[in-house]
Design a protein around this ligand. Sequence first.
Ligand code: NAG
Ligand code: NAG
Length: 280
Amino acid sequence: MPRQHSCLASFALVLLAVVSAVFAGSVGCGKTPTLKSGTYNATVNNKNRQYILKIPDNYDSSKPYKLIFGLHWLTGTVEKDVWAYYGLQRLANNSAIFIAPQGLNNGWANTGGEDITFIDTIIKTVEADLCVNEKLRFSTGFSYGAAMSYSLACSRPDIFRAVAVLSGGLLSGCDGGTKPVAFYGQHGISDQVLTVAGGRQLRDTFVKANGCTAGNAATVTKGSKTHAKTVYSGCSSGHPVVWVEFDEGHIPAPQDGATGTSGSKTWTPAETWEFFSQFT
Ligand SMILES: *[C@@H]1O[C@H](CO)[C@@H](O)[C@H](O)[C@H]1NC(C)=O
Ligand SMILES: *[C@@H]1O[C@H](CO)[C@@H](O)[C@H](O)[C@H]1NC(C)=O
């Protein structure tokens, strides 16, 4: 009964398409993992590189997890305490695999694209062993780590679903920047290290690439100790742009009602997590 066969075959094909569209799991799904939380080395362009991997408690290889990169600032570290992974580890509540790669000379100069290649290598290694939702990869970072997250959005728009650029500048390059990637950015109006004007330029790359309606964003007055958030309109489906300006300088964890940076009082993690977790 060839007719019935072909009917079954096309049913199976449709089912496969539906399952793969819904599942989007990496090669590591269903495997008993060999990787554990800890520090790993990778050789990239003949250089020894390191990264810290944090696997969720009660990891389940049948469940595709979010993959979130937390990129350190110059000489900084992002894997500690309440502020772990820019505050996202706590909010993720074991729904994400976190990675903190180490930049060369504690920065992200990305010379000749070598840091992009490093991230590519980590993704390949981790996803061959662990179950990652390939549609839910994210990167965030402050300062140099913001610049590198922006660079990843420029160069790897089909790999990363969204980035959060915290007080960034054009330090790690932008090879691309013409394809849409969901973009969250925040910047202090009194930033003396990387200017707010420079931060707005990074944002505008994705206002344009995402097809949003360009226009002035909300800002705050000096001394107000507040922040102002703009959600851009008109962006193409799945590619929102959100921009926050705050009354402070070059700090990663601004808080309302006070100056200075506080890992436990800042609104940065909540804003970032709200942005990342809208994608499912
Ligand atoms: C990883 O790199 C560090 C720093 O270069 C080195 O001390 C360590 O021995 C390396 N570990 C492995 C397993 O190669
Ligand atoms: C974290 O996840 C666990 C297990 O899914 C759930 O029971 C718990 O309510 C969650 N906690 C928060 C704060 O969302």
